[in-house]
Design a protein around this ligand. Structure first.
Ligand code: NDP
Length: 234
């Protein structure tokens, strides 16, 4: 069965690996991108999730070409690391605006058709940092922890309509986002990871695909760590 899948930020990194995983399984996959040339093989819609009008236009285009979104993966996210002393209000609000409010926008818009269809799958990409915290990442951690409360509220709200809402909390993954870290920072992180390495984006994608599958029909409100053991126990 080929489903209409949307992956925000599916043009690179973890989002691209997720988009590929669904496409390989035969789903119709739409991705959002903001600039440049999106990768081939998907319905690429230009959309900045901080702009409600762009989100609306993106959904209209996807609905026209693929039908209503049945699986939404809210993956788009940013970091703007800074110690609290030096963190401006803009550093804080812009990260919240993308990671949390942007996710609210895309989930709310998808919910309409999912309610009508009386089925749907929503997967939010949080982070191990949302639960452990991270020095210099108060804005990012707050946004990623916020996603957990958001998802669990929706799991309660939408469960009776056969819509599941789950969270995947990756550890450190080899993408552009972590390539900005110095070798020393990277070595320090890897020392704390029981599996002693970063994840590949595909290793996050497989859990996302599972949560969107029939096999995961009875899982909702869950936070699935895919972090090499880094956050064990939280
Ligand atoms: P990248 O920096 O490689 O990619 C980020 C993606 O988000 C890009 O596709 C980017 O689009 C998109 N994006 C950012 N802001 C917006 C916006 N306002 N509107 C639409 N799209 C936007 O990051 P990763 O692939 O590493 O991260 C993907 C997700 O996984 C993020 O939510 C991140 O927080 C989370 N994560 C990452 C970890 C890691 O170690 N890498 C660990 C834990 C969680 P564009 O190309 O247009 O900029």
């Amino acid at each position: 069965m080929s489903r209409s899948v949307l992956v925000t930020g599916g043009n690179r990194g973890i989002g691209l690996a997720i988009a590929r995983a669904f496409a390989e399984a035969g789903d119709k996959v739409a991705i959002t991108y903001r600039s440049g040339e999106p990768p081939a093989g998907f319905l690429a819609v230009k959309c900045d999730i901080t702009d409600g009008e762009q989100v609306e236009q993106a959904y209209k285009e996807i609905e026209e070409k693929h039908g209503p979104v049945e699986v939404l993966v809210a993956n788009a996210g940013v970091t703007r690391d800074q110690l609290l002393m030096r963190m401006s209000e803009e550093d804080f609000t812009s990260v919240l605006e993308t990671n949390l409010t942007g996710t609210f926008r895309v989930v709310k818009r998808a919910n309409r058709a999912m309610l009508r269809a009386r089925k749907g799958r929503v997967v939010l990409i949080s982070s191990v940092v949302g639960l452990m915290g991270g020095a210099g990442q108060a804005n990012y951690a707050a946004s990623k922890a916020g996603l957990v409360g958001f998802a669990r509220s929706l799991a309660r709200e939408l469960g009776s309509r056969n819509i599941t809402v789950n969270v995947v909390a990756p550890g450190f993954v080899d993408t552009d986002m972590t390539r900005v870290l110095t070798d020393e920072q990277r070595d320090n992180i890897v020392k704390q990871v029981p599996l002693a390495r970063y994840a590949q984006p595909e290793e996050i994608a497989s859990s996302v695909r599972f949560l969107a599958s029939d096999e995961a029909a009875y899982i909702t409100g869950a936070v699935i760590p895919v972090d090499g053991g880094l956050g064990m126990g939280h």
